[in-house]
Design a protein around this ligand. Structure first.
Ligand code: FES
Ligand SMILES: [Fe+2]
Length: 415
Protein backbone atom coordinates (compact mmCIF):
# COMPACT_ATOMS: atom_id res chain seq x y z
CA UNK A 1 0.00 0.00 0.00
CA UNK A 2 1.21 3.51 -0.82
CA UNK A 3 0.13 6.88 0.52
CA UNK A 4 -1.69 9.11 -1.96
CA UNK A 5 1.46 11.24 -2.27
CA UNK A 6 3.64 8.19 -2.95
CA UNK A 7 1.18 6.98 -5.56
CA UNK A 8 1.27 10.36 -7.25
CA UNK A 9 5.03 10.47 -7.34
CA UNK A 10 5.12 6.91 -8.73
CA UNK A 11 2.69 7.59 -11.56
CA UNK A 12 3.06 11.19 -12.81
CA UNK A 13 5.11 11.51 -16.00
CA UNK A 14 5.26 15.28 -16.64
CA UNK A 15 8.52 17.20 -16.80
CA UNK A 16 9.71 18.12 -13.29
CA UNK A 17 8.08 15.12 -11.58
CA UNK A 18 10.43 12.41 -10.20
CA UNK A 19 9.27 9.68 -12.57
CA UNK A 20 8.83 12.10 -15.47
CA UNK A 21 12.46 13.13 -15.11
CA UNK A 22 13.63 9.52 -14.77
CA UNK A 23 11.71 8.48 -17.91
CA UNK A 24 13.31 11.37 -19.79
CA UNK A 25 16.70 9.69 -19.37
CA UNK A 26 15.63 7.01 -21.88
CA UNK A 27 14.95 6.80 -25.60
CA UNK A 28 11.30 5.90 -26.24
CA UNK A 29 9.66 4.60 -29.43
CA UNK A 30 7.34 7.33 -30.63
CA UNK A 31 6.06 5.54 -33.76
CA UNK A 32 6.77 2.64 -36.07
CA UNK A 33 8.65 3.66 -39.21
CA UNK A 34 5.81 2.11 -41.23
CA UNK A 35 3.33 4.59 -39.75
CA UNK A 36 4.96 7.43 -41.68
CA UNK A 37 4.79 5.75 -45.10
CA UNK A 38 1.34 6.96 -46.08
CA UNK A 39 1.25 9.78 -43.61
CA UNK A 40 4.56 11.65 -43.34
CA UNK A 41 3.35 14.03 -40.60
CA UNK A 42 1.77 12.72 -37.42
CA UNK A 43 0.69 14.33 -34.14
CA UNK A 44 2.14 12.34 -31.25
CA UNK A 45 2.10 12.68 -27.48
CA UNK A 46 4.90 11.43 -25.27
CA UNK A 47 5.36 11.94 -21.51
CA UNK A 48 2.55 14.49 -21.55
CA UNK A 49 4.16 16.60 -24.32
CA UNK A 50 2.25 17.29 -27.54
CA UNK A 51 4.61 16.92 -30.49
CA UNK A 52 4.65 16.45 -34.24
CA UNK A 53 6.66 13.67 -35.84
CA UNK A 54 7.46 13.89 -39.55
CA UNK A 55 9.72 12.59 -42.26
CA UNK A 56 11.36 15.24 -44.44
CA UNK A 57 11.71 14.84 -48.21
CA UNK A 58 15.24 13.49 -47.73
CA UNK A 59 13.73 10.65 -45.67
CA UNK A 60 14.97 11.86 -42.28
CA UNK A 61 12.64 11.81 -39.26
CA UNK A 62 12.12 14.95 -37.17
CA UNK A 63 10.23 15.66 -33.95
CA UNK A 64 9.12 19.17 -33.00
CA UNK A 65 6.70 20.97 -30.68
CA UNK A 66 3.15 20.88 -31.98
CA UNK A 67 2.48 24.63 -32.42
CA UNK A 68 3.99 27.12 -34.85
CA UNK A 69 5.88 29.94 -33.13
CA UNK A 70 4.13 32.56 -35.31
CA UNK A 71 0.43 32.41 -34.51
CA UNK A 72 0.21 28.89 -33.15
CA UNK A 73 -1.34 26.87 -35.96
CA UNK A 74 -0.73 23.17 -35.42
CA UNK A 75 2.23 21.75 -37.26
CA UNK A 76 0.33 18.45 -37.48
CA UNK A 77 -0.92 20.04 -40.73
CA UNK A 78 2.59 21.08 -41.73
CA UNK A 79 4.10 20.39 -45.14
CA UNK A 80 7.25 18.25 -45.10
CA UNK A 81 10.09 19.73 -47.16
CA UNK A 82 13.68 18.87 -48.00
CA UNK A 83 14.98 20.73 -44.96
CA UNK A 84 12.23 20.38 -42.38
CA UNK A 85 8.56 21.15 -41.83
CA UNK A 86 6.68 24.19 -43.14
CA UNK A 87 3.69 25.68 -41.35
CA UNK A 88 0.55 25.63 -43.49
CA UNK A 89 -0.68 29.06 -42.31
CA UNK A 90 1.98 31.56 -43.47
CA UNK A 91 4.76 29.27 -44.59
CA UNK A 92 7.32 29.57 -41.81
CA UNK A 93 9.82 26.74 -42.23
CA UNK A 94 11.48 24.90 -39.30
CA UNK A 95 14.58 22.70 -39.52
CA UNK A 96 14.89 19.39 -37.67
CA UNK A 97 16.67 21.24 -34.87
CA UNK A 98 13.61 23.50 -34.44
CA UNK A 99 15.32 26.62 -35.84
CA UNK A 100 13.20 28.85 -38.04
CA UNK A 101 14.79 28.83 -41.52
CA UNK A 102 12.33 30.91 -43.53
CA UNK A 103 9.57 33.47 -42.97
CA UNK A 104 8.40 34.16 -46.53
CA UNK A 105 6.57 37.46 -46.01
CA UNK A 106 9.15 38.93 -43.61
CA UNK A 107 11.91 38.26 -46.13
CA UNK A 108 9.81 39.56 -49.05
CA UNK A 109 9.16 42.91 -47.37
CA UNK A 110 12.58 43.25 -45.73
CA UNK A 111 15.30 41.07 -47.31
CA UNK A 112 17.69 42.12 -44.52
CA UNK A 113 15.35 40.83 -41.77
CA UNK A 114 17.06 38.71 -39.10
CA UNK A 115 13.78 37.95 -37.33
CA UNK A 116 13.92 34.25 -38.24
CA UNK A 117 17.29 33.87 -36.49
CA UNK A 118 15.59 34.72 -33.21
CA UNK A 119 12.77 32.19 -33.61
CA UNK A 120 12.81 28.50 -32.86
CA UNK A 121 10.42 25.81 -31.66
CA UNK A 122 10.96 22.84 -29.38
CA UNK A 123 12.70 19.91 -31.05
CA UNK A 124 14.00 16.57 -29.83
CA UNK A 125 16.55 14.08 -31.21
CA UNK A 126 15.12 11.07 -33.04
CA UNK A 127 16.74 7.89 -34.35
CA UNK A 128 15.45 4.83 -36.20
CA UNK A 129 16.28 1.26 -35.30
CA UNK A 130 14.57 -2.03 -36.10
CA UNK A 131 11.53 -0.38 -37.67
CA UNK A 132 10.85 1.98 -34.76
CA UNK A 133 11.42 5.72 -34.47
CA UNK A 134 12.83 6.57 -31.05
CA UNK A 135 12.80 9.99 -29.37
CA UNK A 136 14.84 11.38 -26.49
CA UNK A 137 13.23 14.12 -24.39
CA UNK A 138 15.80 14.42 -21.62
CA UNK A 139 18.86 16.34 -20.58
CA UNK A 140 22.08 16.38 -22.59
CA UNK A 141 24.52 14.79 -23.30
CA UNK A 142 22.17 12.42 -25.11
CA UNK A 143 22.89 8.74 -24.26
CA UNK A 144 23.20 5.99 -26.88
CA UNK A 145 20.10 4.36 -28.29
CA UNK A 146 20.27 0.86 -26.74
CA UNK A 147 20.82 -1.87 -29.33
CA UNK A 148 18.75 -4.58 -27.60
CA UNK A 149 19.10 -7.91 -29.34
CA UNK A 150 15.57 -7.98 -30.74
CA UNK A 151 16.14 -4.72 -32.64
CA UNK A 152 19.33 -5.93 -34.37
CA UNK A 153 19.07 -9.72 -34.62
CA UNK A 154 19.57 -11.35 -38.06
CA UNK A 155 17.53 -14.20 -39.54
CA UNK A 156 14.16 -13.08 -38.24
CA UNK A 157 10.92 -11.66 -39.54
CA UNK A 158 9.55 -8.89 -37.37
CA UNK A 159 6.28 -7.14 -36.81
CA UNK A 160 5.10 -4.33 -34.58
CA UNK A 161 1.71 -4.22 -32.89
CA UNK A 162 0.45 -1.20 -31.01
CA UNK A 163 -2.44 0.05 -28.90
CA UNK A 164 -3.06 3.10 -26.76
CA UNK A 165 -4.26 1.82 -23.40
CA UNK A 166 -6.32 4.26 -21.34
CA UNK A 167 -4.43 3.88 -18.05
CA UNK A 168 -1.19 4.82 -16.35
CA UNK A 169 1.96 2.95 -17.46
CA UNK A 170 2.86 1.64 -13.98
CA UNK A 171 -0.24 -0.58 -13.90
CA UNK A 172 0.99 -2.28 -17.05
CA UNK A 173 4.52 -2.69 -15.72
CA UNK A 174 3.33 -4.04 -12.38
CA UNK A 175 1.40 -6.73 -14.27
CA UNK A 176 4.76 -7.94 -15.63
CA UNK A 177 6.03 -8.49 -12.08
CA UNK A 178 2.95 -10.50 -11.18
CA UNK A 179 3.35 -14.08 -12.50
CA UNK A 180 0.45 -15.52 -10.49
CA UNK A 181 -2.16 -13.64 -12.53
CA UNK A 182 -1.32 -15.89 -15.49
CA UNK A 183 -2.79 -18.85 -13.62
CA UNK A 184 -6.12 -17.07 -13.16
CA UNK A 185 -6.57 -14.42 -15.82
CA UNK A 186 -5.15 -16.50 -18.66
CA UNK A 187 -6.57 -19.87 -17.66
CA UNK A 188 -9.69 -19.75 -15.49
CA UNK A 189 -10.96 -16.41 -16.77
CA UNK A 190 -10.00 -17.43 -20.33
CA UNK A 191 -12.13 -20.55 -19.94
CA UNK A 192 -15.03 -18.44 -18.68
CA UNK A 193 -14.63 -16.16 -21.73
CA UNK A 194 -14.88 -19.24 -23.96
CA UNK A 195 -18.05 -20.22 -22.12
CA UNK A 196 -19.52 -16.75 -22.64
CA UNK A 197 -18.65 -16.97 -26.34
CA UNK A 198 -20.30 -20.39 -26.60
CA UNK A 199 -17.04 -21.98 -27.71
CA UNK A 200 -15.83 -25.34 -26.64
CA UNK A 201 -12.12 -24.49 -26.53
CA UNK A 202 -11.20 -24.47 -22.88
CA UNK A 203 -7.67 -24.87 -21.54
CA UNK A 204 -7.70 -28.22 -19.75
CA UNK A 205 -5.52 -29.10 -16.74
CA UNK A 206 -4.90 -25.59 -15.50
CA UNK A 207 -1.44 -25.24 -13.94
CA UNK A 208 -0.72 -23.87 -10.47
CA UNK A 209 2.22 -21.88 -9.14
CA UNK A 210 4.30 -23.47 -6.37
CA UNK A 211 6.60 -20.55 -5.83
CA UNK A 212 7.79 -17.35 -7.47
CA UNK A 213 11.07 -15.50 -7.21
CA UNK A 214 12.55 -12.20 -8.40
CA UNK A 215 16.06 -10.82 -8.52
CA UNK A 216 17.64 -7.62 -9.73
CA UNK A 217 20.24 -8.07 -12.50
CA UNK A 218 22.25 -5.54 -14.49
CA UNK A 219 19.35 -4.63 -16.84
CA UNK A 220 16.30 -4.95 -14.56
CA UNK A 221 14.50 -7.78 -12.80
CA UNK A 222 14.46 -11.50 -13.64
CA UNK A 223 11.32 -13.33 -12.65
CA UNK A 224 11.12 -17.05 -12.06
CA UNK A 225 8.21 -19.34 -11.44
CA UNK A 226 7.98 -22.96 -10.35
CA UNK A 227 4.77 -24.66 -11.37
CA UNK A 228 3.17 -27.55 -9.58
CA UNK A 229 4.66 -30.82 -10.84
CA UNK A 230 7.85 -29.16 -12.14
CA UNK A 231 11.29 -29.54 -10.59
CA UNK A 232 13.80 -26.80 -9.85
CA UNK A 233 15.70 -27.86 -13.00
CA UNK A 234 12.95 -26.35 -15.09
CA UNK A 235 14.08 -23.31 -17.11
CA UNK A 236 11.17 -21.24 -15.82
CA UNK A 237 12.79 -21.56 -12.41
CA UNK A 238 16.47 -21.67 -13.40
CA UNK A 239 16.50 -19.04 -16.16
CA UNK A 240 13.25 -17.09 -16.01
CA UNK A 241 12.66 -14.02 -18.13
CA UNK A 242 13.50 -10.37 -17.67
CA UNK A 243 11.78 -7.06 -17.22
CA UNK A 244 14.15 -4.46 -18.64
CA UNK A 245 14.25 -1.31 -16.60
CA UNK A 246 12.23 0.82 -16.73
CA UNK A 247 9.48 -0.22 -19.15
CA UNK A 248 10.09 -3.31 -21.30
CA UNK A 249 8.99 -6.91 -20.73
CA UNK A 250 10.69 -9.66 -22.69
CA UNK A 251 8.29 -12.54 -23.24
CA UNK A 252 7.83 -15.42 -25.65
CA UNK A 253 10.64 -17.85 -26.46
CA UNK A 254 14.08 -17.76 -28.10
CA UNK A 255 12.53 -18.47 -31.51
CA UNK A 256 9.71 -16.01 -31.04
CA UNK A 257 10.65 -13.36 -28.51
CA UNK A 258 8.44 -10.32 -27.96
CA UNK A 259 9.30 -7.03 -26.36
CA UNK A 260 6.30 -5.47 -24.69
CA UNK A 261 7.23 -1.80 -24.48
CA UNK A 262 5.11 0.53 -22.34
CA UNK A 263 5.50 4.16 -23.31
CA UNK A 264 3.69 6.79 -21.24
CA UNK A 265 1.65 9.06 -23.52
CA UNK A 266 0.53 11.04 -20.48
CA UNK A 267 -0.49 10.23 -16.89
CA UNK A 268 -3.56 8.27 -17.98
CA UNK A 269 -2.62 6.79 -21.37
CA UNK A 270 0.10 4.36 -22.36
CA UNK A 271 1.20 3.34 -25.80
CA UNK A 272 1.81 -0.40 -25.73
CA UNK A 273 4.05 -1.90 -28.38
CA UNK A 274 4.37 -5.62 -29.08
CA UNK A 275 7.65 -6.02 -30.95
CA UNK A 276 8.00 -9.61 -32.11
CA UNK A 277 10.78 -11.49 -33.92
CA UNK A 278 10.00 -14.76 -35.70
CA UNK A 279 13.16 -16.82 -36.26
CA UNK A 280 13.18 -18.21 -39.80
CA UNK A 281 15.99 -20.09 -41.59
CA UNK A 282 15.01 -18.64 -44.96
CA UNK A 283 15.39 -14.98 -43.95
CA UNK A 284 18.70 -13.66 -45.28
CA UNK A 285 17.93 -9.95 -45.67
CA UNK A 286 16.17 -7.68 -43.20
CA UNK A 287 12.60 -6.79 -44.21
CA UNK A 288 12.37 -3.58 -46.18
CA UNK A 289 9.36 -2.50 -44.15
CA UNK A 290 8.48 -4.02 -40.80
CA UNK A 291 4.69 -4.50 -40.82
CA UNK A 292 2.69 -2.48 -38.31
CA UNK A 293 -0.68 -3.53 -36.93
CA UNK A 294 -3.12 -2.17 -34.40
CA UNK A 295 -4.33 -4.21 -31.46
CA UNK A 296 -7.94 -3.60 -30.36
CA UNK A 297 -8.58 -2.51 -26.77
CA UNK A 298 -11.43 -4.41 -25.12
CA UNK A 299 -14.14 -2.42 -23.42
CA UNK A 300 -17.85 -2.67 -22.66
CA UNK A 301 -20.82 -2.18 -24.96
CA UNK A 302 -23.70 0.25 -24.36
CA UNK A 303 -25.44 -2.23 -22.08
CA UNK A 304 -22.25 -2.65 -20.04
CA UNK A 305 -21.57 -6.09 -21.51
CA UNK A 306 -17.84 -6.90 -21.83
CA UNK A 307 -16.59 -7.31 -25.41
CA UNK A 308 -15.96 -11.02 -24.91
CA UNK A 309 -14.56 -11.64 -28.36
CA UNK A 310 -11.59 -9.37 -27.58
CA UNK A 311 -10.89 -11.25 -24.34
CA UNK A 312 -9.97 -14.62 -25.85
CA UNK A 313 -6.22 -13.96 -25.80
CA UNK A 314 -3.60 -13.05 -23.19
CA UNK A 315 -3.18 -9.46 -24.34
CA UNK A 316 -6.91 -8.72 -24.37
CA UNK A 317 -7.23 -10.20 -20.87
CA UNK A 318 -4.22 -8.24 -19.60
CA UNK A 319 -5.53 -4.98 -21.06
CA UNK A 320 -8.90 -5.57 -19.37
CA UNK A 321 -7.14 -6.01 -16.01
CA UNK A 322 -5.04 -2.86 -16.50
CA UNK A 323 -7.80 -0.49 -17.55
CA UNK A 324 -10.37 -1.67 -15.04
CA UNK A 325 -7.96 -0.84 -12.19
CA UNK A 326 -8.87 2.77 -13.07
CA UNK A 327 -6.98 5.42 -15.04
CA UNK A 328 -4.51 5.61 -12.16
CA UNK A 329 -4.94 2.73 -9.71
CA UNK A 330 -5.54 3.96 -6.17
CA UNK A 331 -2.66 2.22 -4.38
CA UNK A 332 -3.73 3.71 -1.06
CA UNK A 333 -6.55 1.12 -1.17
CA UNK A 334 -4.57 -1.94 -2.31
CA UNK A 335 -3.78 -4.95 -0.11
CA UNK A 336 -0.54 -6.54 -1.22
CA UNK A 337 0.21 -10.17 -0.38
CA UNK A 338 2.91 -12.76 -1.00
CA UNK A 339 2.07 -12.86 -4.70
CA UNK A 340 3.06 -9.20 -4.97
CA UNK A 341 6.72 -9.35 -3.96
CA UNK A 342 7.83 -8.65 -7.53
CA UNK A 343 5.71 -5.50 -7.60
CA UNK A 344 7.25 -4.32 -4.34
CA UNK A 345 10.75 -4.97 -5.71
CA UNK A 346 9.97 -3.06 -8.93
CA UNK A 347 8.72 -0.05 -6.95
CA UNK A 348 11.90 -0.16 -4.85
CA UNK A 349 14.03 -0.28 -7.99
CA UNK A 350 12.21 2.71 -9.50
CA UNK A 351 12.81 4.66 -6.29
CA UNK A 352 16.46 3.63 -6.14
CA UNK A 353 17.16 4.59 -9.76
CA UNK A 354 15.33 7.88 -9.27
CA UNK A 355 17.63 8.66 -6.36
CA UNK A 356 20.67 7.75 -8.45
CA UNK A 357 19.52 10.18 -11.12
CA UNK A 358 18.93 12.87 -8.50
CA UNK A 359 22.53 12.37 -7.30
CA UNK A 360 23.68 13.13 -10.86
CA UNK A 361 24.46 9.54 -11.86
CA UNK A 362 23.10 7.66 -14.88
CA UNK A 363 20.26 5.30 -13.93
CA UNK A 364 20.14 1.64 -15.04
CA UNK A 365 20.18 0.98 -18.82
CA UNK A 366 21.54 4.37 -19.82
CA UNK A 367 24.42 3.52 -22.16
CA UNK A 368 27.27 5.79 -23.22
CA UNK A 369 30.02 3.39 -24.35
CA UNK A 370 29.49 2.29 -27.98
CA UNK A 371 31.69 -0.79 -27.42
CA UNK A 372 29.16 -2.05 -24.85
CA UNK A 373 26.19 -1.25 -27.08
CA UNK A 374 26.92 -3.38 -30.16
CA UNK A 375 24.30 -6.01 -29.25
CA UNK A 376 22.69 -6.09 -25.81
CA UNK A 377 22.04 -9.80 -25.41
CA UNK A 378 19.30 -11.25 -23.22
CA UNK A 379 18.56 -14.77 -22.08
CA UNK A 380 15.07 -16.19 -22.09
CA UNK A 381 13.78 -19.49 -20.79
CA UNK A 382 12.39 -21.83 -23.41
CA UNK A 383 10.12 -24.16 -21.53
CA UNK A 384 7.21 -21.87 -20.85
CA UNK A 385 5.49 -22.23 -24.20
CA UNK A 386 5.58 -25.99 -23.81
CA UNK A 387 3.72 -26.03 -20.53
CA UNK A 388 0.47 -27.43 -21.86
CA UNK A 389 -2.30 -24.90 -21.78
CA UNK A 390 -0.34 -22.40 -19.73
CA UNK A 391 0.42 -19.81 -22.37
CA UNK A 392 -1.31 -20.25 -25.68
CA UNK A 393 -4.96 -21.08 -26.10
CA UNK A 394 -6.12 -23.91 -28.34
CA UNK A 395 -6.24 -21.49 -31.27
CA UNK A 396 -2.53 -20.75 -30.86
CA UNK A 397 -3.51 -17.17 -30.21
CA UNK A 398 -1.34 -16.43 -27.24
CA UNK A 399 -1.61 -12.66 -27.24
CA UNK A 400 -1.57 -9.57 -29.39
CA UNK A 401 0.13 -11.54 -32.18
CA UNK A 402 -3.38 -12.87 -32.82
CA UNK A 403 -3.72 -9.68 -34.86
CA UNK A 404 -0.28 -9.94 -36.51
CA UNK A 405 -0.05 -10.05 -40.29
CA UNK A 406 3.28 -11.95 -40.09
CA UNK A 407 1.92 -14.67 -37.83
CA UNK A 408 -1.11 -15.10 -40.00
CA UNK A 409 1.04 -15.31 -43.10
CA UNK A 410 3.27 -17.90 -41.35
CA UNK A 411 0.27 -19.92 -40.25
CA UNK A 412 -1.20 -19.81 -43.73
CA UNK A 413 2.12 -21.10 -45.06
CA UNK A 414 2.07 -23.81 -42.39
CA UNK A 415 5.35 -22.62 -40.82
S1 FES B 1 0.99 30.37 -37.78
FE1 FES B 1 2.57 29.25 -38.68
S2 FES B 1 3.34 30.55 -40.19
FE2 FES B 1 1.82 31.71 -39.28
FE1 LIG C 1 -0.82 -11.46 -18.53
Amino acid sequence: MLSREENESLTKVGRGTPMGDLLRRYWHPVAASAELINRPVKAVKLLGESLVLYRDRQGRPGLVGSQCAHRRMSLALGIPENEGLRCAYHGWLYGRDGKCLEQPYEQAEDPTSTFKDRVSILSYPVQELGGLIFAYLGSHPVPLLPRWELFVRDGVLRDIGSAVIPCNWIQIMENSLDPVHVEWLHQHFYNYVQERLGRNEVKGNPVKHQKINFRVFEHGIIKNRLLEGETEDNEDWKVGHPVLFPNILLSGSTNRPTFQIRIPVDDTHTRHIWYTCYARDDIKEPQEVIPYYEVPVPGFDKEGEPQWSLLDNNSGEDIAAWITQGEIADRSEEKLGLSDKGIILYRQLLKQECERMQRGEDPMNVFRDPAKNVVLKLRLEDSKLNSGSFRAGPRRQGGATKYSPVLNEQERAGK
